[in-house]
Design a protein around this ligand. Structure first.
Ligand SMILES: [Zn+2]
Length: 253
């Protein structure tokens, strides 16, 4: 399995990182994709290693951290993102829940990230909270046929999901799909399996039965299990298809 969204480099894992990574490997996680929060994230990512897990870095500035972002954001993103070991641009996006006062800056930052992703021909990773229609409007404006990426932690309506698919996005499926009453499971069940990728968003949003705990890549097995139930296929088939989707999108060998 490929965890397409994991902040495994954060201090929450400092104490027991090697155990966390061993459990991930035992659960069948082969690759961990790490979205950045700011430019300082890259250094933290460089410190990670494990004999049977490949780590992939991204460069970007989280929408909750756009305040005071550099004037030369595009230059900086292009410089960092053009490196072969940067697999994608992000995470970027909009967050009107935590950070309503910087909406203009968030939108500008999102546009710049999309432009760089297109220029570098790499996927863009999109964070979205209470901002779906604005996010999809900007993706529509940016989509010239060359933009690809993930709406991470998908939690939209069927219509919003459909619109995202038509705009060429993949949907990142995380622990929220296992939450009772969230309704996300029924929406996901209507989406095409070949456009879904698995993620944890560790250390956040742990799936049931670990809900409320610190999330980690090994918990992705619960999300995969839920997907296999929703689509009525085996867990192996779910792992195989979602892994294939992620490989294609990120051009992983
Ligand atoms: Zn994230």
């Amino acid at each position: 399995m490929i965890d397409t969204h994991s902040h495994i480099y954060l201090p929450q894992f400092r104490k027991d990182l090697s155990e966390v990574l061993d459990r991930a490997a035992d659960a069948g996680v082969t690759d961990i994709l790490m979205p950045a929060i700011d430019f300082g994230s890259l250094k933290q990512m460089d410190a990670l290693s494990h004999p049977s897990i490949r780590f992939h870095k991204m460069a970007g500035i989280h929408p909750c951290d756009v305040e005071g972002h550099p004037e030369n954001l595009v230059d900086k993103l292009l410089e960092l993102g053009s490196s072969a070991d940067i697999i994608a641009i992000g995470e970027t996006g909009l967050d009107y829940y935590w950070s309503k006062e910087h909406i203009t800056a968030q939108k500008e930052s999102l546009r710049r990230h999309c432009e760089v992703a297109k220029e570098l021909d790499k996927p863009v990773i999109l964070h979205n909270r209470d901002s779906t229609d604005n996010l999809l409007d900007i993706i529509e404006e940016q989509q010239d046929g060359s933009l690809r990426g993930i709406w991470h932690c998908f939690n939209g309506t069927p219509e919003q999901g459909q619109r995202a698919l038509e705009l060429g996005l993949h949907l990142g499926i995380g622990g929220v799909v296992t939450f009772k009453n969230a309704g996300v499971d029924q929406v996901v069940a209507e989406m095409p399996l070949d456009r879904l990728v698995l993620e944890t968003d560790a250390p956040y949003l742990a799936p049931v039965p670990k809900r409320g705990k610190r999330n980690e890549p090994s918990f992705m097995k619960y999300t995969a299990q839920k997907l296999s139930e929703l689509f009525g296929i085996s867990l192996e088939e779910t792992d195989r298809i979602t892994t294939e989707n992620a490989r294609r999108l990120f051009r992983l060998s």
